[in-house]
Ligand binder design. Sequence first.
Ligand code: FAD
Ligand code: SF4
Length: 508
Amino acid sequence: VGRLILILGDQLSLDIAALKSANPAHDVVVMAEVRAEGTYAPHHPQKIALVLTAMRKFAAELGAKGWQVAYTRLDDADNSHSISGELLRRAAEFSRTHVTATRPGEWRLIAALQDVPLDVTILEDDRFIASHADFDTWADGRKQLRMEWFYRDMRRKTGLLMDGDQPTGGQWNFDHDNRKRAAQDMLRPQALRFELDQVTDEVLALVETEFPDHFGRLRPFHWATDRAGALQALHHFITHSLPRFGDEQDAMLMDAPFISHSLLSPYLNIGLLSPLEVCQAAATAHQKGKAPLNAVEGFIRQIIGWREFVRGIYFHQGPDYTSRNALGHSRALPPLYWGGKTRMTCLSQSVAQTRDHAYAHHIQRLMVTGTFGLLAGIDPAHLHEWYLAVYIDAFEWVEAPNTLGMSQFADGGLLASKPYAASGAYINRMSDYCGSCAYKVAEKTGPDACPFNSLFWDFVQRHRDVLAKNPRMGQMVRTWDKMTPAHQAQVLETSTDILARLDAGKVV
Ligand code: FAD
Ligand code: SF4
């Protein structure tokens, strides 16, 4: 007797575990566009459009390969609008009792599958380099989980950028070469933009009608929506932007939202590209002398290092990870995150890019929207909901550890060795934002002072007990202690004023 084979919207890989275990002669593939998945967080319209379009195209591909696919469209009259509901409906329709699924990337959906009153088998998602068992073996018994050590194991395991048992170039990490400022450059290669086809067009119209209130602009929509397009995007990045990736990795520019980033995260996360093929393409470019080692190593580290590491943490820590709040932050998310007015250019730029492209690069997420949230003491759960909602690549297994662990220190330092707290000087060094800001980045106190400056010291004194014990932050506490009481008072008066304005819903 055949089974139902569940394929979720981020499992669009022909070699996904559930499909590998299935038999097209007997089994029915179930795919469903359900409202619950579009609204459990108010996802950016471009994210919903990408997932639905890619699902439709993947289903058509499966059909052409001879699979029977029971596909539910969002606007089908009998759509029950939840994954569990659709499984039950298809089980009755095809007289099946057994479901095979690949493990979802979110505790919420894993629990939902376990609760379906059918015989459900959940297979491990083996599209990653480290299995859960690999990560658990690595993590258990360690006092601190540090990406760098894990990353070296992944290099050894994959053989990427290895000469025998030694790292290519004699070093594991070339980050010290990668913290450069970028300048406007008319010749900087542009990201590939894909034209709309009929399937995408139909989905865009549907998303416009069904999710009219979600934050973010749906059009223009330029993402690839199938594997062929994703491969083109990969090739374009490797050829044109990878050589500059290292140098420009941390830089932020007003008129270049993508700089030299790859824009590959959505394709990796929904299964159109595999992490290993992406890294191998980068390593080959280096071997052929087409991209420098600092760029290629930095890029590969993001994928086999950070991406695998944060996934390991998410599953190792369990479902309560998303409610961690080690610093006890409780301020509500201010409207500026949803496009409300702000005088801070760095924030207005990062949020506007997010609204227009469903994208901001890592340093904007970490050091602008993230650091501001941390310094202002915003509830990490609110930030978690925001990051999950606004980005095209947001899936909880990767978003939550980045937000709660890396950017908000809400796990108490499990993932990051120190809080990513910084004053305006960091943003000024890495961007061209401050020159056109209403605030003055060099000023520490008073109404014109860059808010990051006073909020930074407010954060240091508020959390002095935690920070004093941190080898990388202790110096900040001592610097604060050396300031005169009069200066400290001025700084705190400035920060208190900013926080009061935020709480009162006034423009900051
Ligand atoms: P590039 O800069 O070109 O990097 C190459 C690839 O490396 C990315 O495609 C991505 O797959 C991987 N990568 C890079 N950094 C990380 C990281 N820290 N963690 C995991 N993978 C990484 N990434 C997501 O995929 N989904 C998210 O929801 C997400 N939320 C984030 C929230 C916060 C607060 C922060 C600080 C980071 C978040 N990231 C997330 C990580 C990172 O910002 C994005 O992966 C990256 O910006 C995607 O753009 P890109 O493809 O152009 O990346
Ligand atoms: Fe941001 Fe401060 Fe620079 Fe303005 S001055 S852009 S608030 S860092």
